[in-house]
Design a protein around this ligand. Structure first.
Ligand code: F6P
Length: 539
C-alpha cells in the first residue's frame, strides 16, 4: 500500500482550521491560562521520563480537535502502518523506510519484499559489538602493535551529522578513545584533523552509503595517502573500515572485506545513525550505551505507533507545528536545548527536517500552493539568550520554539543546574507573558523609553523536560523528531525520504571542476563566469 495521497487543503478539517484561525488569531495565551486553571495539565503529555508541556501555544481545545481531525483526514494512521510494515513509501526512489527496524528487538519482524530483515540487522549489530569491544579493550591493534587511541569518522550529511551529534551529546559517557569527524571537502578540515592524530594508533571509519560522495572519497583518499607515507598497503586492513551499501566501491578503495559494515537501501542517510553508520558512536561510548540509544528510540517508536493521537508526542508536536507554519505562516522554528551537550542538536535536525520536508511538489507530482518545510535553527540556552533571543522576544517575526531541558545535571553541580533551569523556565514564561506598559511604568521608566521596554509576549513554546541526558533518553528524543518529520510529510502530502534537491549543485560542481583542469569548457551566466575567471587568475 502506498502512502495515502490527500491534499490537506482540500480536507474539511483544513477549512475548519482556517475559519478557526480567523476567529482566534488574536487570542492571548495569557488570557487562556487565566481562564482555565487546568490548561497546563490539559495540554501536556507525561510519558516515561518525558514531560512535554505544549500549553504555551496559541491553541484552544477546539484547535486541537481540528488538528486531530486533520490527522484523520490525511489518513495518518494508515501512513504510520505503511511505514512500519515496510511498504515502499519512499516511492520516488522505490524504497522502504525502515530505520525503525534497526532499533527493534531481535524477536521483531520487519519485512522488505517478503523477507524479514531483522536477522541481518542483528548480524551487523553483533559485528559492531565485537569490533567495538576489540578496539576499546586494545585487543585490536594498529600496524605497529599499539592499541588504538583515536577514531576518525570520514563521512558527510547523514554519514557525519548523526554520529557527530550523538558522540558530542554523550561525551559524559565516553571512554578513552578520542573521536574526530572529517566531513567538508575543504582540505583545511582534513588537514587540521591529521595534525591531531598519529598513524600508528588511529582507526579510520569511512562512512558512505553510496561510497561515491565526492567529499567523503576525497577525504578518505587524502587520509589514505597520508597514512601510506609511513605505513604499508597491507596495513590499510588494520586501520581502515567502511560502512556502506556499495561493497564493490569499498573493495576497490582498498578496504578489506572483513572490515565492511553493511547497511541497506531502506535506511535513509539522515536516519542512519541507528545502523552501522553509528559505529563511531559505539566506539566512543561502548556498545552497551550505543544499544541503549537504540532501545530509547525503539520505545519512542512504540509510543508513536500505538499511542492515541491526542497523547502521542510526535503527532501533537507535528500538528502544532503545522498550525504555525500553515496558518500563522511562521517561517522558522527554533530548537533550544538547555544543555551544552546538545550543542550540535539543531545542526543535526536541520538535515533531518529540511532535507526531508523541503519539497514543493506533492505526491502526484504537482506543484504545491501551501507552505511545507520549516526553517530550523537553534543553539543551546543560556548562550542563545545572549545572542539571538532579542529577536524572538521583541522582533517582528513569530518564531515558535522547542525548549529542551534535563531535570538532572550529569556532573551534579546543583548550583549551576538551578541557575540553568531557572533560565529555562523563565524564558518560556517571559515569551508567554511579555511585559506590559503598566509594568514598565511601575518600574519607574522614563516616558520616552517606555515603548522600547514593552514585550508583547504571546510567543509560543513547547517545553520538553526530560529526567536526565542518557543514551536512552537521547535515543527517544531523536526518534521523537524523526516521527514529527514523518507526521508533517504525511500532512503536506509530500515525499519526505528523497533529496533530489541536493543533486543539481553536485552536478554543476563536477562540471566546474573539469574546467579548472582544462578538461571542459562550459557556458555560464555572467556572474559565475566572472567569479570563475577571478578564481583562476588569483589562485
Ligand atoms: O546530502 C545528500 C546526501 O545524499 C544525504 O542524504 C546523505 O546523508 C549524504 O548525502 C551522504 O551520502 P553518502 O552516505 O552516500 O556518502
Amino acid at each position: 500500500m502506498a502512502l495515502p495521497n490527500v491534499n490537506p487543503t482540500a480536507t474539511p478539517s483544513w477549512k475548519k482550521l482556517g475559519e478557526h484561525f480567523d476567529k482566534t488569531k488574536s487570542i492571548k495565551m495569557k488570557d487562556l491560562f487565566a481562564k482555565d486553571s487546568g490548561r497546563a495539565n490539559k495540554f501536556s503529555i507525561k510519558w516515561d521520563d518525558f514531560y512535554v508541556d505544549f500549553s504555551k501555544n496559541r491553541i484552544t481545545e477546539e484547535t486541537v480537535k481540528y488538528l486531530l481531525e486533520l490527522a484523520d483526514d490525511v489518513k495518518l494512521k494508515d501512513a504510520i502502518q505503511s511505514q512500519f510494515s515496510g511498504e515502499k513509501i519512499n516511492q520516488t526512489e522505490g524504497r522502504a523506510v525502515l530505520h525503525t527496524a534497526l532499533r527493534a528487538p531481535e524477536s521483531a519482524v520487519f519485512e522488505v519484499d517478503g523477507k524479514n530483515v531483522i536477522p541481518e540487522v542483528y548480524d551487523v549489530k553483533r559485528k559492531i559489538e565485537g569490533f567495538t569491544n576489540e578496539v576499546i579493550s586494545g585487543e585490536r591493534k594498529g600496524f605497529s602493535g599499539k592499541p588504538f587511541t583515536h577514531v576518525v569518522n570520514i563521512g558527510i550529511g547523514g554519514s557525519d551529522l548523526g554520529p557527530a551529534m550523538v558522540v558530542d551529546s554523550l561525551q559524559y559517557y565516553k571512554n578513552h578513545l578520542t573521536t574526530h569527524f572529517v566531513s567538508n571537502v575543504d582540505g583545511d578540515h582534513v588537514n587540521e584533523v591529521i595534525k591531531k592524530i598519529n598513524r600508528e594508533t588511529t582507526l579510520f571509519v569511512v562512512v558512505s552509503k553510496t561510497f561515491t560522495t565526492q567529499e567523503t572519497i576525497s577525504n578518505a583518499n587524502t587520509i589514505k595517502s597520508w597514512f601510506l607515507e609511513s605505513a604499508e598497503e597491507e596495513d590499510i586492513a588494520k586501520h581502515f573500515v567502511a560502512v556502506s551499501t556499495n561493497l564493490d566501491a569499498v573493495k576497490s578503495f582498498g578496504i578489506d572485506e572483513n572490515n565492511v559494515f553493511p547497511m541497506w537501501d531502506w535506511v535513509g542517510g539522515r536516519f542512519s545513525l541507528w545502523s552501522a553508520v553509528g559505529l563511531s558512536i559505539s566506539l566512543a561510548v561502548g556498545y552497551n550505551n550505543y544499544d541503549s540509544l537504540l532501545n530509547g528510540a525503539h520505545k519512542m517508536d512504540q509510543h508513536f505507533k500505538n499511542e492515541d493521537f491526542s497523547s502521542n508526542i510526535p503527532v501533537v508536536l507535528g500538528l502544532i507545528s503545522i498550525w504555525y507554519n500553515n496558518f500563522f505562516k511562521a517561517e522558522s522554528e527554533a530548537i533550544i536545548p538547555y544543555s551544552q551537550y546538545l550543542n550540535q542538536f539543531a545542526t543535526y535536525l536541520q538535515q533531518g527536517i529540511m532535507e526531508s520536508n523541503g519539497k514543493s511538489v506533492d505526491r502526484n507530482g504537482n506543484p504545491i500552493d501551501y507552505e511545507t518545510g520549516t526553517l530550523i535553527w537553534g543553539e543551546p540556552g543560556t548562550n542563545s539568550q545572549h545572542a539571538f533571543f532579542q529577536l524572538i522576544h521583541q522582533g517582528t517575526k513569530l518564531i515558535p520554539a522547542d525548549f529542551i531541558g534535563f531535570v538532572k545535571s550529569l556532573h551534579g553541580n546543583q548550583d549551576h543546574q538551578d541557575k540553568l533551569i531557572s533560565n529555562f523556565l523563565a524564558q518560556t514564561e517571559a515569551l508567554l507573558n511579555g511585559k506590559t506598559r503598566e509594568q514598565v511604568v511601575a518600574e519607574g521608566t522614563e516616558e520616552a523609553i517606555i515603548p522600547f521596554k514593552v514585550f508583547s509576549g504571546n510567543k509560543p513554546t513547547n517545553t520538553i523536560f526530560i529526567n536526565k541526558l542518557t543514551p536512552e533518553s537521547l535515543g527517544k528524543l531523536i526518534a521523537m523528531y524523526e516521527h514529527k518529520i514523518f507526521v508533517q510529510g504525511v500532512i503536506w502530502n509530500i515525499f519526505s525520504y528523497d533529496q533530489f534537491g541536493v543533486e543539481l549543485g553536485k552536478q554543476l560542481a563536477n562540471k566546474i571542476l573539469k574546467e579548472f583542469s582544462g578538461e571542459a569548457k562550459n557556458e555560464h551566466d555572467g556572474s559565475t563566469a566572472n567569479l570563475l575567471s577571478y578564481y583562476k587568475q588569483q589562485s
